[in-house]
Design a protein around this ligand. Structure first.
Ligand code: ADP
Ligand code: MG
Length: 696
């Protein structure tokens, strides 16, 4: 294989800062850079120049088209390609791309989920360039990352609210920083690193399973004799075929300027992970969307299929996406890094307290932000954090927080101590790196790791919530502290009060233990088990007020998003149920009947020569009973679907899909999976878990 020069190739397909510097006039470059750094809108006077430079660059890279690239509520990305051609009077064409075309697009919005917004407003949608995320060339087109919104300004995508929330948390954090004497920071950036888990299976096996094709997960399947119990896959030697895939993927990601950093085998057989180096939240979102797209595409080129579903296989781990989140100043100070000076440590504690308060007050929204039918299989199962939101601080930080509340000094043997400056705040040691893999929201030394996010989710949603709820705490803090006569005293009192009020959300124990849900209930922490429960909270008065206050979502947008989520839930379960019923009726039943017939034939032959067909009779009886149950449940599932389809109102419909359709589907599965363990392998109509999980 020829050598891939990473340094030369990295970002080669991206119109990044380096390319801009080379291709733009100095003053234009400076203005654009300032725009990007401050998260402002681009001056239209320079848009033409930027667009032209982008076009020339893209054409050199083989592009003939450009597309505004956006992230509608479908969860995947959308693109519509226009060529650069522009006719001349002589019947020829020239290649053109104007500033106007760069800045704004007008795709028809009518076929994207809008959750009722379309009913009240115009169908036209607009896309607006987000200059803070770089344009790139892929497959012969120049891709321009954009936000997507309606004629009347409502967000129709996941990106717009994220960008709004990044502004909001920046403004709020800057107010706090100013109180601590930082007057140079112009912007605070929410930073995100998303660790992406996925499964790889053989395409030939995938093609034989309707459930994988239509739903992305197996709706049937008895466990393989071996699962993940030996812990022999996690960090294990990567097989050649998978290693080749990962290498190819890395190279593709690097060319697109994605800082793919870590790759390894995950806990479940056939499960792997890829993690980039963190980036500003909007860029991290775009890059994660691209990563997921390329994971699937590159897999096909290797005769593999990449499954990004949160729970492709029952009984073994599903896939998540740890969302590492922090705040950083534009001059590079990580605000969740306990500092080296007294003032920095007090500042760190202030941000920490703000986050604790935010997560406690809006845990319902955080839970909602990761709700999806696929993720329902993970949350609360023994592999991902439970559906209860709590914060892990670790022993050291917990000690600091306790000492603060109790007004005591905090000491720790052998660890370096820092003075946190405000005389009455406790000292605290650096490097509290203990780990807890069972917490949904864990402090990991200099960032928080939100572990509830599902592998398939667009991370814009959870990060929008994180940014907004933290902005809310910080704003309340700033309101109180800005007017204080004695800053140190006021800060101390505020921190003690905040942590005392919200410490119930801190839990350093085993989040998978049976005791925790009981304890959490005593503490009054919500436990929203399913998507349907979680989505209901979006439009509670408290949450509407929050989003309105910061302009992250209007009330109309919230109602629309809620409707889309309910609707999506129903649609997904509907597809799953139709697929399951179809497979049961047209694949499993005939296979089982054929097997039963052969068993009966053998029994008859035995009888004919005077042998007693004991085993055959028993087996035939058992299969006969299960076949009857299978048939009955398959038809019950079809009936449940018809009933759910007729329910009025998106919430009630989603609830019916959850309570009736989903549970019927589960009981159908149980029968089919039992049959799978009895019926001969050659009869079974599609590849089993053994073949799917151990055959790459
Ligand atoms: P693990 O959780 O597996 O131990 P790491 O500690 O290497 O992994 O980090 C996981 C992810 O967290 C990486 O994507 C990394 O870039 C990201 N990360 C590190 N620092 C920050 C930060 N300040 N803000 C956001 N993400 C960060
Ligand atoms: Mg992690």
């Amino acid at each position: 294989m020829e050598n891939f020069n990473v340094v030369e190739q990295f970002g080669i397909d991206v119109f990044n800062e380096e390319t801009m510097r080379q291709r733009l006039p100095k003053n234009v470059f400076k203005t654009l850079k300032k725009t990007i750094a401050e998260g402002k809108e681009l001056d239209s006077s320079i848009a033409d120049i930027v667009a032209n430079a982008m076009k020339d660059w893209a054409i050199e890279k083989g592009a003939t088209h450009y597309t505004h690239w956006f992230q509608p509520m479908t969860g995947i990305t959308a693109e519509k390609h226009d060529s650069f051609i522009s006719p001349t009077n002589e019947g020829t064409v020239i290649m053109e791309f104007s500033g106007k075309e760069l800045i704004k697009g007008e795709p028809d919005a009518s076929s994207f989920p809008s959750g009722g917004i379309r009913a009240t407003f115009e169908a036209r949608g607009y896309t607006a360039w987000d200059p803070t995320s770089y344009a790139f060339v892929k497959g012969g087109s120049l891709y321009i990352p954009t936000a997507f919104y309606s004629y009347s300004g409502e967000a129709l995508d996941k990106k717009t609210p994220l960008l709004r929330s990044m502004d909001v948390v920046s403004d709020a954090a800057l107010r706090i920083l100013k109180l601590f004497g930082n007057t140079t920071a112009k912007r605070v950036v929410a930073t995100v690193g998303a660790e992406q888990e996925y499964f790889l299976i053989d395409k030939k096996n995938y093609d034989k399973r309707k459930d994988l094709i239509f739903t992305g997960r197996t709706l049937f399947g008895a466990p393989a004799p071996k699962g993940q119990e030996l812990d022999d896959h996690y960090f294990g030697v990567i097989k050649d075929r998978v290693a080749d895939y990962m290498k190819d993927l890395d190279e593709r990601l690097w060319k697109l300027g994605i800082t793919s950093k870590t790759k390894h085998n995950e806990v479940a057989p056939a499960q792997h992970e890829n993690a980039p180096i963190f980036a500003p939240a909007n860029l991290a979102t775009d890059q994660n969307q691209l990563t997921m797209e390329l994971m699937k595409k590159v897999a096909l080129e290797h005769g593999l299929v990449c499954l990004l579903h949160e729970k492709p296989f029952a009984g073994i781990n599903g896939s998540g996406k740890h969302d590492n989140w922090s705040l950083s100043t534009d001059d590079g100070q990580n605000l969740l890094d306990p500092g080296n000076s007294p003032m920095e440590n007090a500042q760190f504690l202030t941000f920490l307290a703000a986050i604790i308060k935010a997560v406690d007050e809006y845990s319902d929204l955080l839970r909602m932000s990761v709700a999806s039918p696929g993720n329902d299989h993970r949350l609360g199962a023994n592999e991902a954090p439970p559906a209860i939101i709590s914060i892990f601080l670790g022993e050291e930080l917990q000690g600091v927080v306790d000492a603060l509340v109790e007004g005591k000094e905090y000491t720790s043997n052998g660890k370096q101590m820092f003075n946190v400056g405000v005389s009455s705040l406790p000292d605290f040691p650096k490097d509290s790196t203990d780990r807890n893999r069972t917490s949904p929201f864990a402090f990991t030394g200099n960032k928080f790791e939100f572990r509830m996010v599902g592998s398939n989710l667009n991370i814009a949603g959870p990060n929008t919530i994180l940014n907004t709820i933290v902005a809310n705490s910080l704003t309340e803090f700033a309101d109180e502290l800005e007017g204080a006569e004695n800053f140190n005293e006021a800060l101390h009192d505020l921190l003690v009060k905040t942590i005392s009020e919200h410490k119930r959300v801190i839990f350093n124990g085993n989040g998978y233990g049976d005791e925790w849900p009981v304890e959490a209930e005593k503490r009054g922490l919500p436990n929203l088990k399913s998507t349907v429960d979680a989505v209901a909270c979006i439009t509670s008065p408290k949450n509407i007020a929050l989003f309105k206050k910061f302009g992250v979502y209007s009330e109309v947008e919230l109602h629309s998003r809620q409707e889309i989520l309910f609707e999506n839930y129903s649609k997904v379960i509907n597809i799953e149920a139709l697929t399951a019923a179809d497979m049961a009726k047209t694949e499993i039943l005939p296979a089982v009947m054929k097997f039963a017939k052969d068993v009966c034939d053998i029994a008859a032959s035995k009888k004919a020569i005077g042998l007693e067909p004991t085993v055959e009779t028993e087996m035939a009886k058992k299969v006969n009973d299960l076949t009857a149950a299978l048939s009955e449940k398959a038809y019950a599932l079809s009936d449940a679907v018809v009933k759910a389809q007729e329910v009025e109102g998106e919430e009630a419909k989603a609830r019916c899909y959850h309570d009736e359709v989903f549970s019927t589907m589960q009981s159908l599965r149980a029968v089919a999976d039992e049959l799978e363990t009895i019926v001969g392998e050659e009869y079974w109509p599609y590849p089993t878990y053994d073949e799917l999980l151990f055959n790459v």
